[in-house]
Ligand binder design. Structure first.
Ligand code: UD1
Length: 384
């Protein structure tokens, strides 16, 4: 029996962890697992609603670390998570994604000599101004099991000198969740309720400090989007950090706050199913999120990524993603192309098939067998 602590902290972690928990539940004689929430995200709409939407069990423990500077938040997570590890003595800690909770818990566990698995390993933007890039690098160098989503990630890890036997190409757990909920989301009535005609609106998410913390950059983005919104309405479920900056810069005038089928309008952050519903029926998604680049690739919806780089190049190589930067003219030019029907014909990347979590759990179970001398070592299944 393997004692596992699964860790989540922030919104994009929940949809990645849900299928892993579900897959572990299918092997009750193999895994004794608990779920720890660091509390990095704590608002109902940033956290709790996702547990309901995804049918996830409530966390066994909430470390309630909350917000702070990167150092404060990371340090608080480490102090609290160390106590949990010392008390629970897990054989394995599983971390997902690239948020501060991911890195903090990986470092803490590894220093206690606990095995760590990183799901969504090997993504690289090569942009060290992104906190997530630092989190990804620190996490990957430490982890015993690196579960990857695509060939770029495998190549990145190998180029960094990580031995192949630690790298397992399993596919994309976030897509496991998407495929499981797609039909449920399709039938929701939200778009209709808001007067949005299918394929005649865009959705927007923005939260990266590089886009929202600088007034001139954010103004440029809004100016481009106001132009786009003359053609099709844009729904903008706003991240708490972005709301704060919009208020601070006095940019409320670019957006309306009451639902109406025109212009750029702000809503509270949406739950998983509601956002999936809106995205799957949208003309395009405009975003600076990492996960949405992947979800739109699978949905076949054009995605304008308002960043200068992406750690997910597979979404541009085979998918429907355009990395357009955050300058007014560039955003507008690409949006006009999409509105004019110039849209890529995407493909779904290899192994983004809804079975990634199952592969991960099988590999972990075989590793456990190998440790207890019951079967072939897990390294033999790397890259299958
Ligand atoms: C974090 C992740 C980012 C991920 C994003 C998804 C890091 C470094 N960043 O960014 O990779 O894409 O989550 O949302 O881990 N806040 C609230 N309520 C909450 C959470 C945050 O009001 O529940 C506000 C606070 O003002 C906080 C700010 O948002 O200071 C930023 O939160 P934080 O967790 O530090 O980073 P995110 O920007 O959410």
């Amino acid at each position: 029996m393997m004692r596992v602590i699964n860790v989540v902290g922030a919104r994009p972690n929940f949809m990645k962890m849900a299928p892993i928990i579900e897959a572990m539940n299918r092997y009750p004689d193999r895994f004794q697992h608990m779920l720890v929430h660091t509390g990095q995200h704590y608002d109902e709409r940033m956290s709790e609603s996702f547990f309901q939407d995804l049918g996830m069990p409530k966390p066994d423990m909430d470390l309630e670390v909350g917000s702070g500077s990167h150092a404060e938040q990371t340090a608080r997570i480490m102090v609290e998570f160390e106590k949990v590890c010392l008390r629970e003595k897990p054989d394995l800690v599983v971390v997902v994604g690239d948020v501060n909770s991911t890195m903090a818990c990986a470092i803490t566990a590894k220093k206690l000599g606990i095995c760590v698995a990183h799901v969504e390993a090997g993504l690289r933007s090569r942009d060290m101004s992104m906190p997530e890039e630092i989190n990804r690098l620190c996490t990957d160098v430490l982890c015993d099991y690196l579960f990857t989503t695509d060939h770029f990630a495998n190549e990145n890890l190998r180029a960094e000198g990580i031995p192949s036997e630690r790298i397992f190409f399993v596919g994309n757990v976030m897509i496991d969740t998407l495929l499981k909920h797609k039909e449920m989301a399709r039938g929701l009535a939200l778009a209709e309720h808001w007067g949005l005609a299918r394929r005649r609106y865009a959705t927007l998410t923005l939260h990266r400090p590089s886009n929202v913390d600088d007034a001139a950059t954010l103004r440029g983005i809004f100016e481009a989007l106001v132009e786009v919104a003359k053609e099709i309405p844009i729904v903008f479920p706003i991240h708490p950090r972005t709301r704060k900056m919009v208020e601070q810069f006095g940019f409320g005038g670019y957006c309306s706050t009451t639902p109406k089928p025109e212009g750029l309008w702000i809503t509270e952050p949406l739950g998983y199913l509601d956002l999936l519903h809106l995205n799957m029926h949208a003309t395009m998604v405009i975003t600076d999120s990492g996960g949405l680049q992947e979800e739109t690739t699978v949905l076949g919806v054009p995605c304008l990524t308002l960043r200068h780089n992406t750690e997910r190049p597979i979404t541009c190589e085979v998918g429907t993603n355009f990395v357009v930067g955050n300058q007014r003219g560039d955003i507008l030019a690409q949006a006009i192309k999409v509105l004019g029907g110039e849209v890529p014909r995407g493909r779904v990347p290899q192994k983004w098939d809804g079975k990634a979590a199952e592969r991960i759990v099988e590999i972990l179970a075989r590793a456990d067998d190998a440790m207890t001398g019951e079967s072939e070592p897990a390294v033999r299944v790397a890259f299958q």
